[in-house]
Ligand binder design. Structure first.
Ligand SMILES: CCCCCCC/C=C/C(=O)SCCNC(=O)CCNC(=O)[C@H](O)C(C)(C)COP(=O)(O)OP(=O)(O)OC[C@H]1O[C@@H](n2cnc3c(N)ncnc32)[C@H](O)[C@@H]1OP(=O)(O)O
Length: 277
């Protein structure tokens, strides 16, 4: 195995391969024999998705696609959390330019992740609320460790999960379960998530998690890749096209919402609550 560490602050393709002393928001490991990539989110403590992490993810996804990656495992370096979802500080009192840039990068990253031609598996080694759940749902297969929480909890924060977040959930657990979960902003334990099909498998620990993730990819990589990817993208194209054709409207929806005084108040209270925990 060799390790490529992708450094956020590095701009050129050649420098991406350097080890760097500065923070690596995404650790990328590629197995020399199989080509399987492990994309590990590494923004302590909880992988909150700010602009920089999303950009690092996007850059990694572009690289994997260009290099004809045969399969990818998405996981986290945190012991407690897969991803805490969108970084609340990106949405709290932003400027219009900052908010627009952030949302646009979230769209870019999701479009890339949701449409990869190669198989993807989320190795969910911790809590996975809101945007964290979106990342997991965007992979083809989800394996989760026990006793953690996953779900789209936006309603509970006084904000609304965008249509494409909702569509991803509906595509996985079906109309009725998704409607109930989204209205309530429900978080599921790993065991409950398995029961409703939000995750596909449970693992006993991190080692088992990674083994199961590799097993899934081995199976997928045995299939004819072109046929596999055409079927995958065929299933996902309606959800993808809705956002791709409505990106500006989606940004406007975000900007209209994020600057509402009530939304800012909810975000402020929630951030304070998290800090006091
Ligand atoms: C506004 C318009 C609407 C548009 C729609 C937007 C759709 C939104 C999608 C989202 O993803 S919103 C984010 C939702 N996320 C959450 O509700 C998760 C909040 N976090 C937690 O519940 C917990 O942190 C955790 C993930 C269960 C982990 O718990 P743990 O005990 O391990 O860590 P903490 O002590 O709680 O947190 C450590 C540290 O991190 C900060 N933090 C946590 N989550 C976020 C976050 N999402 N964004 C920014 N910062 C976060 C937390 O405040 C702590 O900070 P410090 O106290 O160390 O400074």
């Amino acid at each position: 195995m060799f390790v490529l560490r992708q450094c956020l602050t590095l701009g050129t393709k050649s420098s991406i391969r350097n080890f760097s002393a500065t923070t690596n928001l995404v650790n990328l490991t590629i197995n020399e024999d199989t080509g399987v990539a492990i994309m590990e989110l590494n923004k302590p403590p909880v992988n909150s998705l700010n602009y920089e992490l999303l950009e690092a993810m996007h850059r990694t996804l572009v690289k994997l696609e260009n290099e004809k990656c045969p399969g990818m495992i998405l996981t986290s370096s945190s012991r407690s959390t897969f991803s805490a979802g969108l970084d609340l500080l990106e949405m709290y009192k932003p400027t219009v330019d900052k908010a627009r840039r952030f949302w646009s990068m979230l769209q870019n990253t999701w479009i890339k992740l949701y449409s990869t031609p190669y198989p993807t598996v989320a190795a969910i080694n911790g809590h996975s609320p809101a945007g964290g759940c979106l990342l997991a749902m965007s992979c083809e297969h989800r394996i989760m460790v026990p006793d953690k929480m996953i779900g789209l909890n936006e309603t509970q924060l006084g904000i609304v999960a965008p249509q494409w977040f909702q569509d991803c959930m509906r595509n996985i657990i079906g109309e009725r379960q998704a409607e109930k979960a989204l209205i309530a902003g429900r978080m599921f334990t790993s065991e409950e998530a398995l029961k409703i099909g939000l995750v596909d498998e449970l693992a006993t620990d991190k080692e088992d998690l990674m083994q199961k993730a590799h097993d899934f990819l081995d199976e997928q990589m045995g299939l004819p890749p072109l046929a596999r990817s055409v079927v995958k993208v065929g299933f996902r194209k309606d959800t993808l096209s809705k956002l791709i054709n409505g990106r500006e409207a989606d940004i406007k929806m975000f900007l209209d919402n994020v600057f509402q005084p009530k939304v800012q108040e909810s975000l402020e209270n929630y951030i304070q609550m998290l800090k006091k925990k």
